[in-house]
Design a protein around this ligand. Structure first.
Ligand code: FMN
Ligand code: SF4
Ligand code: SF4
Length: 303
């Protein structure tokens, strides 16, 4: 049994250096594909057990003897990195400060974002956990204000072609199929938002992508978990904040890409995608002087 993906099929290859292996069993304990097992004090490999090797790299991470090499499913021994020392890692207080200080930024300076910073954001985002490796998440980077504006025009023009679906008659017909909540969401939010995006563009304003100088769109394929693109998008947002940028997550663009073949084709996206999330970045024109304490809808604790 192997877990399929859009880029992979089959299991990854596991190479054990038995001259180094002390048979401690640590790799077996962390293995989530289950091809590793201990028998009579010896480490065994059987790719027919469980899912076979999914190339998660957990065994490589814990092996005290550096005795395992994994190749395949987009992982190679060259991808194994040394872990940064504890002293160089953000602690809770630093990370929490970064997160508390973040507020969505929707007004940006005209300054563009350097390629080096963009590359750092993409690198940080790519460290995010993935549902099943290798990641099915793709990223479109719109790296200049001009590119973001072209994207805005493309997506708004596509949304405008859908307006006939939002008429009261169509919504009444659709309601039994899409439900009360979706009907209300389309009528009270989406239809209004499309009109606002269009009107703001005519006034030289941008209430859709906010004249941002940089946008990244994280999407998943039909093989991915719907949450897969959301996690790297969140990492990218935090990385951008740590580099002095203001950021804002945008859910709307993903839905336009999801339902517009024209937009998918223009930006070389797969035919079937999970909507995912867009993050916009830029140097804030206004400094946030206060933050907001938020609370979850509810926190239920069980013990
Ligand atoms: C999934 C998601 C989708 C969002 N979509 C949009 C959007 O389309 N347009 C927008 O202006 N803000 C969008 N936001 C940003 C939220 O509106 C913003 O996070 C909210 O106003 C809370 O403010 P804060 O980010 O300063 O805490 C989105 C945020 C999330 C998490
Ligand atoms: S890479 Fe993951 S699935 Fe493969 S052997 Fe190692 S721990 Fe198991
Ligand atoms: S963790 Fe390393 S040393 Fe321990 S059993 Fe696995 S391969 Fe051998």
């Amino acid at each position: 049994m192997t877990i399929p993906g859009s880029r992979v099929s089959g299991t990854a290859e596991i190479l054990i250096d038995y001259t180094k292996c002390s048979a401690c069993g640590a790799c077996v304990e962390v293995c989530s594909g289950y091809p590793l097992f201990m028998e009579n004090g010896h480490l065994g490999v059987d790719q027919t057990r469980g899912f076979g090797c999914i190339a998660c790299g957990a065994c490589v991470a814990v092996c005290p003897a550096d005795a395992i090499r994994i190749s395949g499913r987009d992982l190679s021994p060259e991808d194994v990195l040394n872990i940064p020392p504890i002293a160089s890692r953000a602690d809770y207080s630093q990370l929490n400060s970064l997160m508390v200080a973040r507020r969505s930024t929707r007004v940006f300076k005209s300054q563009e974002v350097d390629a080096e910073i963009i590359q750092k954001i993409v690198a940080a985002a790519s460290t995010a956990p993935v549902g099943i490796p290798p990641t099915e998440v793709g990223v479109c980077v719109f790296q200049t204000r001009k590119a973001v504006e072209e994207l805005r025009d493309c997506l708004i023009n596509e949304m405008r072609t859908w307006r006939w679906m939002f008429s009261p008659l169509m919504l009444a017909l659709l309601r039994p199929f899409i439900g009360k909540e979706n009907t209300a969401m389309i009528r009270d939010f989406m239809a209004l938002a499309i009109e606002m995006f269009t009107a703001s563009r005519q006034d030289g304003k941008d209430w859709f992508l906010y004249h941002a100088p940089l946008a990244m769109y994280f999407y998943g394929t039909s093989y991915s978990d719907p949450a897969d693109p959301i996690i790297p998008a969140t990492y990218a947002m935090l990385a951008g904040e740590s580099l002095g940028l203001g950021t804002c997550m945008l859910g709307f663009p993903g839905y336009v890409f999801r339902y517009s073949r024209k937009a998918r084709q223009k930006y070389h996206l797969p035919e079937k995608i999970q909507p995912g999330l867009m993050v916009i970045f830029g140097y804030p024109a206004l400094r946030n002087r206060r933050s907001i304490k938020r609370t979850f809808r509810e926190v239920n604790t069980f013990s």
